[in-house]
Design a protein around this ligand. Structure first.
Ligand code: NAD
Length: 472
């Protein structure tokens, strides 16, 4: 009987379409009261988020560790300090970002003046993912608040400890009449997606990206889709081998053990150079994670049994399993997979067709480094493309030939820390961008305003359109 009552209670609490509609109504009313538009409100909310991070750092690190056993230092660098920086930048720059921008006018409108005003969009939805569950939830929320919107955040159910911590902390720290967290999975997200939002910001897989975009289309709601893909790292022979190797490791295994959207998905190098690179990777991996990486505390685990099985099946594919040149150990109980390098897996294997999103790193070899361009172009446009080289001409050609969300030379993943660069995908890796001022712009409408006076009213524009007028 008590089990039935508990089930009924759960059903009553369930976040369904009705609850989503009522939440939307409430937030819409509060948005319409104009409170979120005020500069003071925006600043106070962002300051509160900054305080929250400062005061609850330990709890945040602990929750992320529970979800992913992410090494605390990695969490500090890639989630805590990055989110703090976003707050700091917004607090410093918001005054300038919100300033109307003067625009040139045309001869036709003489005399006149013009400006572009950044106005908030309204009530926006942020759907987040699990791999950087704190940063990727709050970073867009900070942008949405900076731009003066009311916002609902739906964190990922796959990182449940961080999701519930975000719900609790945001309830305590920010104005809940305009900033809300809805926890849940597909059912809850679907209920939210039925509503008419003024923008949807989605981070996750291209598969769900399509679902989000289709739901948004019903209401003509604009979307930003931060998706993933197969981000390559091309390595030629003109490099500093040790620095290159370490930076590839940083962009693969130090990035949530490969579970990162801009993590290195595969390497392309020349046939001649591959043995040297593999040796160097082996040495540095041993140095960083010890002889038995399965025991290392400096590697995240695989997030859940589903993703463990998915990664295991990539390795177990017939034409792939004998291509392992380093690693390959796994422990299903602990959801751990060791850093694993594979050489020359066939191009039609699943590991070369799908985004890996885990600690497996295939190396593709080509005759000449220029051939790497064709390999990259044979796949959907990636979120990031890395090129390790000291050859200036080659770098130019790489930029001209390769379309990707972002390109980094001689390093991996660090472009996310440069707030003056937009972060986002292209093609299959997503649409729209954010970070720094781009986050503010992502959640603003650029309103064109033209000021005319009653002077200079030419009769030329008015009928009758005489032959004389048409000569002008
Ligand atoms: P996912 O698409 O499965 O889940 C992301 C969000 O979508 C979650 O909040 C989830 O609740 C929701 N969701 C899942 N199924 C849904 C459905 N049927 N209907 C409505 N909502 C649904 O993605 P994931 O597995 O969490 O993330 C992995 C992908 O995300 C990878 O492709 C990775 O590259 C990408 N990613 C991109 C970025 C970026 O910034 N571009 C960052 C991290 C991850």
């Amino acid at each position: 009987c008590s089990a039935t009552m508990a089930a009924e209670e759960k059903q009553m609490q369930r976040f369904d379409v009705e609850k989503a509609a009522s939440l939307m109504k409430e937030l819409r009313n509060n948005y319409n009261s104009r409170k979120t538009k005020s500069y003071e409100w925006r600043m106070s909310q962002i300051q509160s988020i900054a305080n929250m991070i400062e005061e609850k750092e330990e709890e945040i690190i602990e929750a992320i560790h529970k979800d992913l056993s992410k090494p605390p230092f990695e969490t500090f660098i890639s989630e805590i300090s990055m989110t703090k920086s976003s707050c700091k930048l917004a607090l410093k720059e918001l005054k300038y970002w919100t300033k109307p921008e003067k625009a040139k006018t045309s001869l036709t409108t003489y005399p006149s003046s013009a400006e572009i005003i950044s106005e908030p969009l309204g009530v926006v939805l942020v759907i987040s993912t699990w791999n950087y569950p704190f940063l990727l939830s709050l970073d867009p929320v900070i942008g949405a608040i900076a731009a003066g919107n009311a916002v609902v955040l739906k964190p990922s159910e796959i990182a449940p400890a961080t999701s519930s911590l975000l719900a609790k902390l945001l309830e305590d720290y920010v104005d809940n009449s305009a900033v809300r967290v809805v926890e849940g999975a597909v059912a809850e997200t679907s209920a939210l997606l039925e509503q008419k939002w003024d923008k949807i910001f989605y981070t996750g897989s291209p598969r769900v990206g399509r679902i989000v975009m289709a739901a948004a289309a019903k209401h003509l709601t604009p979307v930003i889709l931060e998706l993933g893909g197969k981000s390559p790292a091309v390595v030629d022979s003109t490099i500093n081998l040790q620095v290159t190797t370490r930076r590839i490791i940083a962009g693969k295994w130090m990035a949530n053990n490969g579970q990162a959207c801009i993590g290195v998905d595969y390497i392309i190098t020349t046939k001649d150079f591959a043995p040297k690179l593999i040796d160097s990777l082996r040495n540095e991996l041993k140095e960083f994670f010890g002889k038995n990486p399965m025991e290392s505390k400096d590697l995240s685990r695989i997030v859940n049994p589903f993703h463990f099985a998915r990664l295991a099946s990539l390795l177990d594919e017939d034409k792939v399993s004998d291509k392992i040149v380093y690693g390959g150990q796994r422990d299903e109980k602990q959801l751990k997979i060791a850093p694993t390098i594979l050489l020359d897996v066939p191009d039609d294997s699943t590991i070369m067709k799908e985004e890996i999103f885990g600690p497996l790193l295939p190396i593709v070899t080509v005759e000449k480094i220029e051939d790497s361009f064709d390999v990259i172009k044979s796949k959907p446009k990636p979120l990031a493309a890395y090129f390790f080289s000291d050859d200036e001409q080659m770098k130019k050609e790489f930029v001209q030939n390769i379309s990707a969300g972002g390109i980094v030379f001689n390093d991996t993943i660090v472009h996310t820390t440069v707030s003056s660069l937009p972060f986002g995908g292209v093609g299959e890796s997503g649409m729209g961008s954010y970070h720094g001022k781009f986050s503010f712009d992502a959640f603003s409408h650029k309103k064109a305003v033209l000021y005319r006076s009653f002077n200079g009213d030419s009769t030329t524009r008015y009928p009758p359109y005489t032959a004389e007028k048409q000569k002008l």
